[in-house]
Design a binder for this molecule. Structure first.
Ligand SMILES: C[S@@+](CC[C@H](N)C(=O)[O-])C[C@H]1O[C@@H](n2cnc3c(N)ncnc32)[C@H](O)[C@@H]1O
Length: 234
């Protein structure tokens, strides 16, 4: 514990982000800040089951992420084409390292057997072609990474359970930086964390995250570990 950081990587969050991702113009290029081991960069390596509505991965052996549906969730027919992806993290975890992956499994709360199995399956899928996660600080290194994204694709910069690690001042600075980039910005964070985003009507926290596009539109409430998505906008 003295040598490592708390950097849970929950692949099921892909299921709560996918409906927003699938609304964008394809193909997409992905940058995830605070990517940990990069398991939430791998939308196209998982299949999805939204209360019986299936979204199949090309790989028949892909782990299935099950996600409850509340409200008019725009469940897509398929995962959008991803032409490029990159993660940024203060301390990237290496999916090919047994030691790093053991640490990730230690961060799953006791008794949550489904999370352990999902994590193990996602690590197996990731090891077939490990995602690139670069060492860096989202406060200082995002612009240089965004410059490497290919032209001709919609650049999506996103994060999940990350901005809470920053001070209020640094969150404001990050929001200014990402707004100046030519990108779509998706935030999946606890209420009150994304600058300027109010809690939605009827919100009874603490609990779900808010899925916010471009720092303005609250698209959905999402269970923090990807268990369900409650869509607020069509
Ligand atoms: C709780 S984990 C979330 C991982 C992943 N986004 C997910 O949803 O599963 C938060 C991650 O953010 C990273 N992080 C925190 N502050 C950061 C910073 N300033 N720059 C880059 N990464 C940061 C941590 O190292 C950690 O891996």
């Amino acid at each position: 514990m003295l040598a490592r950081r708390t950097q849970t990587n929950e692949p099921a969050r892909c299921a709560t982000l996918l409906p927003a991702l699938a609304q964008l113009t394809e193909p997409v290029a992905l940058i995830e800040v605070g990517a940990s081991a990069g398991l939430t960069l791998l939308f196209d390596r998982y299949s999805y089951d939204y209360d019986g509505q299936q979204v199949a991965a090309p790989d028949g052996a892909a782990p299935v992420l099950r996600c409850g549906v509340r409200g008019p969730v725009p469940v897509p027919d398929q995962v959008p084409a991803i032409v490029w992806r990159a993660g940024l993290d203060l301390n990237p975890l290496d999916v090919t390292s047994d030691d790093d992956m053991h640490w990730l499994s230690c961060l799953v709360w006791p008794g949550e057997g489904d999370r352990e199995q999902r994590l193990a399956a996602a690590i197996t899928a990731a090891r077939r072609d490990p995602p690139p996660v670069y060492r860096g600080d989202l406060r200082t290194d995002l612009v240089a990474l965004a410059d490497r994204a290919p032209a001709g694709a919609t650049l999506v910069i996103y994060h999940s359970a990350v901005l809470a690690y920053l001070s209020a001042h640094d969150r404001q600075q990050f929001a200014r930086t990402v707004r100046e980039l030519d990108c779509v910005w998706l935030a999946n964070e606890a209420p009150g964390v994304v600058p300027g985003v109010p809690e939605p009507a009827g919100y009874r926290g603490p609990g779900p995250f808010l899925l916010v596009r471009d720092g303005e539109a609250t698209l959905a409430m999402t269970e923090g570990h990807g268990g369900w998505v409650h869509w607020l906008q069509v």
